[in-house]
Design a protein around this ligand. Sequence first.
Ligand SMILES: *[C@@H]1O[C@H](CO)[C@@H](O)[C@H](O)[C@H]1NC(C)=O
Ligand SMILES: *[C@@H]1O[C@H](CO)[C@@H](O)[C@H](O)[C@H]1NC(C)=O
Ligand SMILES: *[C@@H]1O[C@H](CO)[C@@H](O)[C@H](O)[C@H]1NC(C)=O
Ligand SMILES: *[C@@H]1O[C@H](CO)[C@@H](O)[C@H](O)[C@H]1NC(C)=O
Ligand SMILES: *[C@@H]1O[C@H](CO)[C@@H](O)[C@H](O)[C@H]1NC(C)=O
Length: 444
Amino acid sequence: MEVLSKLLGGTLNSITCKCMVLFVTILLLRVLLLSSFPGFDGIEWNNLVYIQNHLPALLGSDSRIRPDKFLEVPQIVWGLNNQKIAFARACLTARMMNRTLLIPSLSASLFYKEIDLLQPISFDKVFKFDEFNTLCGGFVRLGRYADVLNRTQVLEMEKGSGRRWTMERDLAQLREYSKGSFDDHEVIRIVGKNPFLWHDHWPVKDYAKVFECLELIDEIAEEVDRVVSRIREVGKNVGGNTESLELKNNITSDKSLFQPLPYVAVHMRIEIDWMIHCKKLEQRLNTNQICSSKKEIKERVRNVVGQKTPIVVYLAVADKLLNDSSIMEDWEEGLHPFEKKKLGVTGIYNKYPYLIQSAIDYEVCSRADIFVGNSFSTFSSLIVLERTQNLIRKGVSNMCGTDARWPSYAYNIAGESNGPMRWITNMSESSLKSISYGTTHISC
Ligand SMILES: *[C@@H]1O[C@H](CO)[C@@H](O)[C@H](O)[C@H]1NC(C)=O
Ligand SMILES: *[C@@H]1O[C@H](CO)[C@@H](O)[C@H](O)[C@H]1NC(C)=O
Ligand SMILES: *[C@@H]1O[C@H](CO)[C@@H](O)[C@H](O)[C@H]1NC(C)=O
Ligand SMILES: *[C@@H]1O[C@H](CO)[C@@H](O)[C@H](O)[C@H]1NC(C)=O
Ligand SMILES: *[C@@H]1O[C@H](CO)[C@@H](O)[C@H](O)[C@H]1NC(C)=O
């Protein structure tokens, strides 16, 4: 106990101590369980890092967030990426005001204009509510409407808009509403545009912290497991990999059989509307490093996979491309492309609305051994942000090394020997701009 109390730099009464012993035990168990998965590196150092990262949160040592003062935000809309960023921005706004964020409504469907078709879906129908507060405890906090004592006394705070609503004015408003009689209100409700469009006042690492606390509810996580195991399953069957298929049902002590087969995930943006958008962007930014043709993507993926063939390439593409046979053709020998139709998993996706389908694809890409995306896509950028955060958490020191594990790449920028450029997120950036608008500065 003495060591721990020194570690935490404080004197502790006995109740705190007991709680702490409990928490530490839970943490150690969690860490040990995680470590026994294949693909995890050694135990000691990573676990120390893990404990160091999560202990203060669990102990609530940063407990400035008041559980009885709330912030309410407008329904969160548009694509999964917009919604994730908007959600994190709402959390960080509440954190700045030391308030609990009232559980927001996300949108299940993808509509930009028809507001009545937005199909609100509560946050906890997609992500785990309690888990979120446990993982993010003390940093940001979510609350339920039932926790509000008096709903008649809501203070509305109107976000300005237009060119004159500058970052400074926005910040000044947040500060003003954090003081005096404003701050006395139990609930402050922000009205106006959706949080994705608010000014951003927070560094990338704060966003990463919030994203880290988002865990899909069990039902959806199980669907992700199904898709990922299907991908690894077909991997046993492609090219020269028949040997492992034969051995599959043979009881053997060879541990390598339990190593899941690796796969590459490629987030391929080649739909017509994207192509129009990115050509315009290339013109405006005077670059040719945003749009890549199918041919270029296939070539660059080929050049990064190198000798590690045969390998399954999971193509995360827009649904409208599923009937476009050209995305499956002309991959070089050893690369075996699959999308959800060829995998036979469309049934899994089709059970769900847009938001959840997108969340499943996102997770499948996040877990890939190699990820290749487009650095001007918010979807790709968020995946790389989470993959980078994962590497940091696992204590991987040399994320840029040639032999680094779980690498990510941007196919729209040429890297070494005409492969795609290595891509990690710069966690020291002071705002999320580079992720929400795209960038070519992605290298190590
Ligand atoms: C809620 O606030 C209103 C306005 O101040 C007050 O009249 C009412 O009695 C309060 N209700 C409760 C349950 O505290
Ligand atoms: C929020 O908490 C911090 C740290 O305890 C404190 O400095 C700040 O004044 C608080 N702000 C509000 C609005 O309560
Ligand atoms: C299982 O593997 C062993 C060793 O490779 C082999 O001798 C045996 O015949 C295999 N059994 C079956 C049922 O395939
Ligand atoms: C693909 O083609 C099939 C058969 O023609 C059709 O039923 C299906 O709706 C199409 N899917 C998409 C996403 O266009
Ligand atoms: C990361 O971002 C910081 C802050 O903008 C900058 O000073 C630094 O040079 C960047 N690092 C890399 C490798 O680009």
